[in-house]
Design a protein around this ligand. Sequence first.
Ligand code: CU
Length: 512
Amino acid sequence: MSKEIYHNYFFDEPAFNTHDGGYVPLEVADAPEKPLAIPALLKPDKETDTDIWYTVTAQAGETQILPGQKTKTWGYNATILGQTIIYPVGKHIHVALENHLSELTTFHWHGLIVSGPYVDGGCHAPVYPGETKHIDFTLDQPAATTWLHAHPCPSTAEQVWHGLATMVLVKDDHINSLPLPHNYGVDDIPLVLQDRRFHENNQLDYHADYDPDGVQGPTAMINGTVNPVFDVTTQKIRLRILDGANRREWRLHFSDDLKFAQIGGDSSLLPEPVYLDHLMLTCAERAEIVVDFAGYHDGQTVTLFTDDTPIVKFKIHQFAPDNTTLPDHLLTINKPKVDSKTPIRKIVMSGMDESVMMDNKKFSMQRIDATQPVGQAQYWDITNSNSPESGMVHPFHVHGTEFLVISRNGQAPYPNEHGFKDTVGVNPGETVRILVRFDLPGVYMYHCHIIEHEDGGMMAQIQTYYPDKPMPKYKLMDMDTLMNAFAKERGIDPKDLWMAGMDSYRKMGMKM
Ligand SMILES: [Cu+2]
């Protein structure tokens, strides 16, 4: 059976970030090749048949990224990024969240169906320096590649830039039973795609690099490695790719236009493998792909590029022939039914630079912008009102749910977005219809995932509730409390505090 192979990035080319005045092209760093760092797997503190316990520690450290001086970085149970966490579906999961940093942070589970606003770890759940908080939850969602990142408004972008992001693999019996590469670090490889600018003595300087449309750097950093090489010892490898950049889109393709199969998106497997030779990811999106090196032999190198810049080299070694084929069917997607009386929610992402807004407002921590009953499926029409000629792709993300992409300007979604997702790139001038259902009550943020845009106020929040119960009132954090805490932790007067996003409110004459 011959399968169609897609050759394009699908997204609207005039909106690619390369067209943006502030675009920072990638350059190959003047540094030797290094083995691709494979994050260790986080060991549970304890595990029983029904429960599992973990400790996740946000910490500061130093990482040898470039030759010469080490770079001051942050990470989870590591000096940069973090150890990879595995969460089994069905088990009761207990997590101790420890903050060993000198300032407050939050632990946001991007892609997990957990209750908001506290377990979810958005801006309402700060963990102060020296503090440990405990959360627990049970996952009932398909296997997926999700991630953990800091989300303390309005310093999310800066904390992620310092390194607070790591992969969280949700596993279930179904995924474990499929004939896919499963050997972590050997043929099942996480790839966190980021870019950074290294200043004097190899240090990061977020404030110096600040751009309200998203901070970029000229150096690609993959799993925290510059100029990485991965040793291929099996015919097939599965790459779990995360766009973990603050702003950068990645347009991925291999040397020789080697085709690959995309098997998963953000929040689940795809219903069936989609064969591609080009793949674009916007911020926070994930793709799981399987690459077959059958046509290569020991000593050859296959390179992964974004646009024209090489980002990972795959050095082929001898491998045993692997004749397994990917299943034609990967996951049955049960589309939630929508009551015809349920109105369509309209959401508009507007502006660029400091003027970014969600529904003509900037984010306010104590304002609930929308409500939706738990269990009710609703269409959301997400419009990006930027001009098609000069606007940008805004990746729209919702906490605490996984949605289906129904249409793009009334047309079919892209072939590789038929699984569950939590982030969708919306082209300028486009309306993307998604189908959203929440399974848990709580307060959840939804926002653009260009992280400087969310810090700058392109964000809102929805309260979900059981229709047959009174609406609970959640204690929501406020910006002054967070800002005063940050100032105190940094030992400065609150009026001298600078954080990403502040300028966006100030320039628009708005209160945070
Ligand atoms: Cu945006």
